[in-house]
Design a protein around this ligand. Structure first.
Ligand code: TMP
Ligand code: ASP
Length: 237
């Protein structure tokens, strides 16, 4: 499979066409941004880790019945995925208060929820990805009621699977962001990536942050944290 023209460049990945109109190639970059692109930097080796981690986790989720865009890893940074049209919603599942939840509601980081929360934001950089409720998403025709129900069901199942897996790795899954896409026949599949860029992952014992918050918050040790979380994953998968 070979890359043809570049279709899109996002903040962390590029997307290319292939000779097969139903398949794309994604290429993971080391570029890192935060706060809607206001903060920019690079995390050396991140693209390689995110590519591999996302692929391993998506293959694991496929086995537990979650359809994903994953097709085949080509090399360190590139993966063949199914062509989807992205549902313009960022889905966030939270098990523990952190980040924007803590800020918005004045809840201390680390408060454990009895049940996971499900939230959606409108995926629109110009508007800063505003939080919305499901009726807003339906009113704006970003997805149908049925599609949102499917997305919610998959997201909560993904949370259960990933929470249990990361626990085996000595890691707490605090929260994460998912994006879903639609195949040409309308089937909803998990798309984008699952990586330390898109999840908050804390060491179970020390609560040390092993994710992109180290970059967002200028904590240092970013590359080491990505390498450590990747090691935990490959030792346990
Ligand atoms: P938040 O607390 O800033 O809303 O982030 C919740 C989760 O979503 C966290 O694991 C980081 C992830 N996330 C992204 O993947 N992309 C984004 O643009 C943002 C804001 C958060
Ligand atoms: N990558 C996102 C951005 O640049 C934000 C984040 O992950 O915090 O907006």
């Amino acid at each position: 499979m070979e890359k043809k023209e570049q279709l899109y460049e996002g903040k962390a990945k590029k997307v290319y066409a292939t000779e097969n109109p139903e398949l794309y190639i994604v290429s993971y970059k080391d570029d890192a941004t935060a706060f809607n692109g206001l903060k920019k930097g690079t995390i050396a080796g991140k693209g390689v880790i995110n590519n591999k981690m996302s692929n391993l986790l998506m293959q694991k989720l496929e086995k537990s019945g979650i359809p994903t865009h994953y097709v085949e890893e080509l090399n360190d940074r590139e993966t063949v995925v199914k062509k989807v049209s992205i549902v313009p919603l960022e889905v966030i599942i939270r098990n523990i208060a952190a980040g924007s939840f803590s800020k918005r509601y004045g809840v201390e980081e680390g408060v454990v929820f009895d049940e996971p929360t499900f939230e959606v934001s409108y995926k629109n950089d110009d508007l800063g990805d505003p939080l919305m409720n499901e009726s807003h998403a339906i009113a704006m025709k970003l997805a149908t009621k049925e599609e949102i129900e499917t997305i919610k069901k998959y997201s909560l199942k993904i949370n259960e699977e990933l929470k249990a897996f990361w626990k085996e790795c000595g890691v707490i899954l605090v929260d994460f962001k998912l994006e879903f896409g639609k195949l040409s026949d309308g089937t909803i599949v998990l798309a984008d990536e699952i990586s330390p860029d898109t999840c908050r992952l804390w060491d179970s014992e020390t609560k040390e942050k092993l994710d992109k918050d180290r970059f967002r918050r200028d904590m240092g040790g970013v590359e080491d944290a990505y390498a450590e979380i990747m090691k935990r994953l490959t030792d346990n998968i």
